[in-house]
Design a protein around this ligand. Structure first.
Ligand code: GLU
Length: 418
């Protein structure tokens, strides 16, 4: 499948093959499980502010349709490609299956830099993308959500574009919307809160006192910032944070309230007064109890895995650790990994709640949302830990096995048509 040629897709396939070998999935089922059901590439011309016309490329990959509609975020980033999106769609499938959501995985993206686009161009691009996707999406077909570089405003424009086309309001076409348009309480915080909840559970499991722990966070977007705040509330000390523009560290702990004021003005953590600078590469190997990669894929690799100092690696990002790094960490045996498809699942779980609330036009309070979220995460965490112990396999392998087996079983009982 040359069209998906990308190191992140190769990595997702490598992970899948390891699991398929372990589960002894028959050859005929492997490709059927691995390759995306549908992939769309669209050309997106828009009028720019200066009167010129610019053309962007948009993608959407729907990985499998065996358990329900497909579900997954939309990413705005200059480096987005079809192969990257396909890998992220595959991971969404295993994530939804692991947490028991009635969805297949999907992911989309537009190759653009949202921070450099004027608001009006961002809106036109979002609306044009949604328009081009109309034949392939729907509340029972494929439901988008925020991912890197997208937010509630983008979801509101998508929902509006789709609704105008249909002639009536369709809140359930996207999740992660503003609450006033049918968004869910607690959706924005869901991923970061889930990460912090699972870290707390991991601390119980390995006997680490979270109230005394030090934390380093890579990425200070919606996931990293909320996770950091939630962990600080549990009593942990956040000693280092980086983002795309730089990083800061303070062994005595960063004051997150002051940091947030700085970020609101500067749009980066870099330059925060009460700290020393730190690079991304330094942060990953910095002394800390808990490391939270919450940015891009393939950050922890064969090159730096041996030097990690943390006891818990909590993957807020999708695919931050390569299979080469996994092998090193497994050999070391001293790092407890909360794998991405479990660690960051809080976001899609509350997206599911949002979709259910929209379909019923009946909305829940924040306590109800968070309570139900933690129950689902608890259940998934317990299953993965017990599978990993029973089978003597890594946490990643255990999580992927549980997820992939569910999809395989769904495909088996449904059969192959015709
Ligand atoms: N983009 C998020 C993820 O990677 C959330 C997807 C969703 O809510 O559908 O899990």
């Amino acid at each position: 499948m040359d069209i998906y040629n990308h190191p992140t897709f190769a990595m997702a396939c490598q992970q899948f093959d390891l699991v398929a070998d372990r589960l002894q999935i028959p050859a005929g089922d492997r490709d059927r499980l691995k390759y995306p059901k549908r992939a769309m590439v669209v050309t997106l011309p828009i009028h720019c502010e200066d009167g010129s016309t610019k053309v962007y490329t948009g993608y959407r990959v729907q990985h499998h349709l065996s358990l329900g509609p497909t579900k997954g975020g939309l990413r705005f980033h200059p480096d987005v490609t079809l192969g990257e999106v396909a890998a992220l769609a595959m991971w969404m499938s295993w994530k939804c299956a692991l947490t028991g959501l009635p969805y297949g995985g999907a992911k989309g993206g537009i190759a653009c830099d949202p921070h450099r686009l004027p608001q009006c161009e961002l809106e036109r691009l979002t609306r044009r993308y949604t328009q081009e996707m109309i034949p392939f999406i729907g509340p029972q077909v494929d439901i988008m959500a925020p991912d890197m570089g997208t937010n509630e405003q983008i979801m509101a424009w998508m929902m509006d574009t789709y609704s105008v086309h249909m002639g009536y309001t369709v809140p359930s076409i996207v999740t992660g919307k503003p609450i006033g348009l049918g968004g869910s309480q607690g959706r924005r915080e869901a991923t970061g809160r889930g990460v912090a909840y699972l870290i707390n559970r991991a601390c119980d499991t390995i006997g680490l006192d979270l109230g005394q722990a030090t934390v380093a966070v890579q990425g200070y977007g919606n996931v990293g910032s909320v996770a950091a705040l939630a962990l600080a509330r549990y009593g942990a000390k956040i000693v280092a944070i980086t983002d795309a523009f730089g990083g800061v560290q303070n062994a005595r702990g960063l004051d997150l309230r002051k940091l947030d004021t700085h970020v609101a003005a500067q749009r980066t953590v870099a330059g925060f007064a009460e700290a020393e600078p730190i690079t991304n590469e330094q942060l990953l190997v910095a002394p800390c109890d808990i490391l939270v990669p919450a940015a891009m894929e393939r950050q922890i690799t064969g090159r730096n895995a041996a030097n990690l100092k943390c006891r818990i690696l909590a993957e807020g990002a999708n695919g931050p650790t390569t299979p080469e790094a996994d092998a090193i960490l497994e050999q070391r045996g001293d790092v407890f990994v909360i794998p991405d498809i479990l660690c960051n699942a809080g976001g899609v779980v509350v997206s599911y709640f949002e979709w259910v609330q929209d379909l019923q036009s009946f909305f829940w309070g924040e306590t109800e949302v968070t309570d139900k979220l933690f129950r689902i995460l608890e259940n998934a965490f317990t299953q993965v830990v017990s599978h990993s112990r029973k089978q003597k396999i890594s946490m990643r392998m255990a999580a992927l096995c549980v997820g992939i087996k569910r999809v395989q079983e769904a495909k088996r009982v449904r059969g192959l048509f015709p």
